[in-house]
Design a binder for this molecule. Structure first.
Ligand code: UT7
Length: 317
């Protein structure tokens, strides 16, 4: 026994900033950003909290599933950083939607939605839960350095959620991690301990773009082939791939290596940029609401990110 996805939802801040908007703040251009990444605009918070976005996405997913909040048995939130270090973001969502079940966070950076699906699968396998809410929520605009044009233009804010119920929708799953902060990291905001005189690192995202790019393309191809093999399926069985939305060039490189036609590999990076773990559930929600998925469709999810982590899974819709 594992799970079936029965509802999806997503939310983003009201304010969308185009590449041209950013070119008034720093030396960049729509031409550079769109040709290198496929991004044309991204949503950024002008006051919305992460909790507000996560609660809105969760409410929409619950409504879509027809499951009332008081029938949830577990809430998992994947996030790099919640509104608080503690309480967890999942606990804030629990209160926001009026649920009373256990709630906790998972941090696997951009792979967080898939890591969380795997955690949820364990609860279903043990028969501990009937309905689970999984919400991925990220506010990257508060984590990047807006004086570093090489990274700040890539990211956006948003939340995506799914409701899981008992079923047989998860066909295979693969998670990887190769630990280290060299390629991609966000240092903590430090406290003010009088006993530790070392100068804290600035609390902004640092990235070796080329290194992450290479890791991303290699892991996307390898992980997708591995999860398909584990599920006894081939690329020809795949209805849609929902890849992490970090860079359209990465998605295209992976797609070409796999030999998949463009219409089978979904993307919304042009409107959202990289929302870390919120990318895939947001893409899933937008595709679901556009009526793209048919019952029985084979969906392949593939993600990579800081850790470095990567993940892929096969779902039957
Ligand atoms: O969720 C996972 C997170 N991250 C990723 O997946 C990112 C993976 N990496 C990438 O997507 C790409 O490596 C980037 C989009 C980050 C960079 O693309 P690139 O084609 O590798 O560009 P580059 O870093 O080689 O930079 C080329 C030039 C540089 O100028 P010089 O040294 O050639 O004169 C940069 O200074 O572009 C310059 N540049 C910019 N120019 C205009 C860097 N950022 C900008 C910018 N606007 N925003």
């Amino acid at each position: 026994m594992n799970f079936q996805i029965i509802g999806t939802g997503s939310a983003h801040p009201a304010c969308s900033k185009t590449n041209d908007d950013l070119s008034h703040l720093m030396e960049t251009s729509d031409e550079w950003i769109s040709t290198r990444t496929g991004i044309r605009s991204r949503y950024v918070s002008t006051g919305e909290t992460l909790t507000e976005l996560a609660v809105e996405a969760s409410r929409k997913a619950l409504e879509n599933a027809g499951v009332p909040a008081d029938e949830l048995d577990l809430i998992i939130c994947s996030t790099i950083r919640g509104d608080y270090i503690t309480p967890s973001e999942a606990c804030m969502v629990q209160r926001g939607i009026g649920a009373s079940c256990p709630a906790f966070d998972v941090n696997a950076a951009c792979s967080g939605f898939l890591y969380s699906l795997d955690v949820a699968a364990g609860y279903f396998a043990r028969g501990r839960v009937k309905n689970v809410l999984l919400v991925s929520a990220e506010m990257m605009s508060k984590l990047v350095n807006w004086k570093d044009r090489a990274t700040c233009v890539l990211f956006g804010d948003g939340a995506g959620a799914v409701v899981l119920t008992q079923g047989e929708g998860l066909l295979s799953m693969k998670l990887t991690a190769q630990g280290g902060a060299e390629m991609l990291s966000i240092p903590h905001v430090e406290g003010n301990s009088p006993f530790c005189p070392t100068e804290p690192a600035p609390p902004y995202l640092l990235m070796d773009g080329h290194g992450v790019y290479r890791f991303a393309v290699a892991s996307m191809e390898r992980d997708i082939l591995d999860v398909l093999a584990e599920a006894n399926l081939t690329l020809g069985d795949v209805s849609y791939v929902l890849p992490h939305q970090a860079n359209l060039r990465i998605i295209e490189a992976g797609r070409k290596k796999l030999g998949l036609p463009p219409e089978r590999v979904l993307s919304n990076i042009n409107r959202h940029g990289n929302m870390s773990s919120a990318c895939i559930p947001t893409l899933m929600d937008e595709s679901n609401r556009a009526g793209l998925f048919r019952r029985g469709d084979i969906l392949v999810l593939s993600a990579f990110g800081s850790g470095l982590t990567s993940a892929a899974c096969v779902l039957r819709w």
